[in-house]
Ligand binder design. Structure first.
Ligand code: PLP
Length: 423
């Protein structure tokens, strides 16, 4: 209560904007994840790794727009690409100068995407990939995983949500090979697709084990099921995504987030024999629509980002920064003997109030969940108080703009937090 009162007193402009936004938008919100109580900070601008709110406070941004902000804020190269695109016209109604080059570059970096199509979001990419798999296999069911997140109407988990697409889905246990294979054996003949994040992102930054993914690959091949990797988040984790890092090759992949350079973006693709159904010269082709699929701003910014900034070497360096932050946090938790652990891999981190490194979502009692919720809130508000920003749930997606000194600062603040809040 004391941390919340201090937060409210320090942020009158954000509070006023939240109150005004509540009139036209439910909860003042147009994207649930951006809400946290008592009200979210409203951002006036961002530059590099620094976010500035409407009350004039600066924050180091460790959230990185839930991974879409890979390039940091207002990256000059991205800005120049967007400005050129604006000067040349943004709503042209035909192929533009960027899309084929971006598609070729993505295909070169992620060879399993022999052919791909662009769309507007990761959600849309997953919808198209799932529908494609259903059309290819002429089967109806899909397998998804506990803790997985694939978009606003593709939120599975126990029971799903009322606004989900009416898909027939089977929920499998993440990183549990035996449990998952049993379900595949049971439903195999009806399964069109297995859709999996090779690292659970929203589900807590929990990477899949390579042998688990390998078992899925083998079962999918044997039973004619399309294996889809949702790399909307994880594609940044090596120059070829987690599929390159694990050596497990899916039939289809979905992409999004930073690949649009900060503009809205999605892509789905995979084996040519699957994707060629979308070739309009082909008799009986499948139509694929979307007014802004080749949105000039996304194509221009995405191409500049991937070609000129997020080189394979840059991916290695960024992952090393994330590994150092994770090791630093985990070292402090052990040193002070507190139940706190940083999960994830490379530039993604998840903070959990646990002693063990979890490898799948834990289903705690309501009491424990409430306690963890309180601790997440306390940590979030304590860090905001000293100018460090990440997601309330403990999620971080590091950007290229973060310096080693800013990594050190987060580690030092973690020790402060542990010492001041222990017990
Ligand atoms: N898939 C994963 C793994 C994601 O993390 C997200 C977004 O957080 C999505 C899909 C949905 O992407 P979008 O928000 O662009 O629709």
């Amino acid at each position: 209560a004391e941390a919340e009162a201090r937060y409210t007193a320090a942020n009158p402009e954000s509070a006023a904007r939240h109150a005004a936004a509540r009139q036209p938008m439910p909860g003042g919100n147009t994207r649930t994840v951006l809400h946290y109580s008592p009200f979210p900070l409203a951002w006036a601008k961002g530059e590099g790794a620094i976010l500035t709110d409407f009350d004039g406070h600066d924050y180091v941004d460790y959230l990185g727009e839930y991974s879409a902000g890979l390039y940091g804020h207002s990256n000059p190269q991205i800005q120049a690409a967007m400005k050129k695109a604006i000067d040349d016209g943004t709503v042209l109604g035909g192929p533009n100068r960027y899309e084929a080059e971006l598609a070729a570059l993505i295909s070169a970096r992620f060879p399993s995407l022999q052919k791909l199509r662009f769309c507007n979001s990761g959600t849309e990419a997953n919808v198209f990939a799932l529908m494609t798999a259903r059309a290819v296999t002429k089967r109806g069911k899909i397998m998804v995983f506990d803790g997985g997140y694939h978009g606003g109407v593709l939120y599975f988990g126990h029971g799903g949500i009322p606004i989900n697409l009416p898909l027939d889905w089977v929920l499998a246990p993440y990183n549990d090979t035996e449990g998952t294979l049993a379900l595949i054996r049971q439903h195999g003949a009806d399964l069109a697709a297995i859709l999996i994040e090779p690292m659970l992102g929203s589900g807590g930054c929990l990477p899949a084990r390579r042998d688990f993914l390998g078992a899925l690959r083998q079962a999918a091949s044997e039973l004619g099921i399309i294996l889809i990797f949702d790399e909307v988040m994880s594609s940044r984790l090596s120059s070829g995504g987690l599929q390159a890092a694990t050596g497990v090759t899916p039939d289809m992949t979905t992409l999004g987030k930073y690949l649009g350079g900060g503009a809205s973006f999605g892509a789905f693709g995979g084996r040519s024999d699957i994707m060629d159904h979308y070739d309009p010269e082909r008799p009986g082709y499948w139509p694929h629509a979307g007014t802004f699929n080749n949105n000039v701003l996304s194509m221009a910014a995405g191409l500049t980002g991937l070609r000129d900034i997020y080189t394979p070497e840059a991916a290695v360096l960024l992952n090393a920064k994330g590994d150092r932050l994770r090791d630093g946090i985990n070292h402090l938790a052990r040193k002070h003997d507190v139940p706190l652990v940083a999960t994830g891999t490379g530039s993604f981190l998840g903070i959990h109030f646990s002693r063990e490194m979890p490898d799948r979502p834990r289903h705690e009692s309501a009491e424990v969940e409430a306690l963890h919720g309180k601790l997440h809130k306390l940590m979030h508000l304590d860090f905001i108080d000293v100018g460090l920003f990440f997601a309330r749930r403990g999620y971080m997606a590091l950007s290229l703009a973060l310096t080693e000194a800013q990594i050190d600062r987060f580690i030092a603040q973690t020790e402060e937090f542990i010492l001041s809040r222990k017990g």
